[in-house]
Design a protein around this ligand. Structure first.
Ligand code: SPV
Ligand code: MG
Length: 287
């Protein structure tokens, strides 16, 4: 029997009952931690990859930078990688090149959002400018036409609610993007409650899988998201934020104490690092 591709695996999981649970990663190691604890897939987050380079998420890094980061995650992990590809790094032609490159790197899915390039992170307090819906739908059409394998997924993300245009505009756009061939819709919201997403799902009637990113409405339980008709939940930045606070805590304590004694019990033992690096598998190649 032929080995199932990661895109095939993700597509099958997305169409099966239950929610696909995805964790955002900033590098291969954080992607491995997500896989290790049991997440179904990894989100190669533009926010997290930018932060790992010490930069804001505002289209400063290039496609090549993001592709390299997603490729490292994909090489390290067995679970599928979903790449956050911002606006597609330009126009429909850039999207075609992007799809070719990401699919060739083994990434299972790409997600593009309907903002204009250069985009800013959805939570930064600044103006958010939406792309014309037809122009964006054309990017989706081109992405779908460009992919070589049948299972590769293109997720269309609408930022209508982020830009303050409301759920009706998000719905209008989502229908347009599914008409253009999108495999799933990421309905983004920065509401403190899941109200916008609930309103969306209610009207959407599961026309295509719905993906959500509960960063501001983090108390929404995954079982309630499932009941609302959500197919995929992405915890986009929890690992990044956890790493910043854990590193800060461990280093602060070590500096203050003059040794790492106070934190030894709460930092990963070296054995955990070796396990994630699969040191034994590499050593076995020598013998
Ligand atoms: C990311 O993780 O980069 C995302 C999600 O795109 S958000 O930060 O909510 O825009
Ligand atoms: Mg992003």
């Amino acid at each position: 029997m032929q080995h199932e591709s990661k895109a095939g695996l993700l597509r099958r999981r997305l169409s099966a009952p239950g929610v696909v649970r995805v964790a955002g990663a900033h590098d291969a190691l954080s992607a491995l931690v997500a896989e290790d604890v049991g997440f179904d897939a990894v989100w190669a987050s533009s926010l997290a990859i930018s932060a790992s380079r010490g930069l804001p998420d505002m289209s400063l890094l290039t496609m090549t930078d993001y592709l390299q980061a997603a490729g490292y995650m994909n090489d390290a992990c067995r679970v599928p990688v979903i790449a956050d590809c911002d606006t597609g790094f330009g126009n429909a032609v850039n999207v075609a090149y992007m799809v070719r490159q990401y699919e060739a790197a083994g990434v299972a899915a790409v997600c593009i959002e309907d903002k204009v390039f250069p985009k800013r992170n959805s939570f930064v307090h600044t103006e958010q400018v939406l792309e014309d819906a037809d122009v964006f739908a054309r990017k989706i059409e081109v992405a779908k036409r460009t992919q070589r394998g049948d299972d590769f997924l293109v997720i269309a993300r609408t930022e209508a609610a982020i830009a303050g245009l409301g759920v009706d505009e998000a719905l209008r756009r989502a229908h347009r993007y599914v008409d253009a061939g999108a495999d799933a819709i990421l309905m983004h919201s920065k509401s403190r409650q899941p109200d916008e997403v609930l309103e969306f799902c209610d009207a959407w009637q599961c026309r295509a899988p719905v993906v959500v990113v509960p960063t501001t409405y983090f108390a929404w339980h995954v079982d309630d998201a499932a009941k609302a008709g959500v197919s995929m939940v992405i915890y986009a930045n929890q690992a990044l934020r956890a790493s910043v606070s854990s590193m800060g805590h461990a280093l602060r304590q070590t500096l203050a104490n003059g040794s790492s004694v106070p934190v030894e019990d709460c930092i990963a033992p070296m054995a955990d690092i070796f396990r994630l690096q699969r040191v034994d598998e590499w050593l076995a190649l020598e013998s």
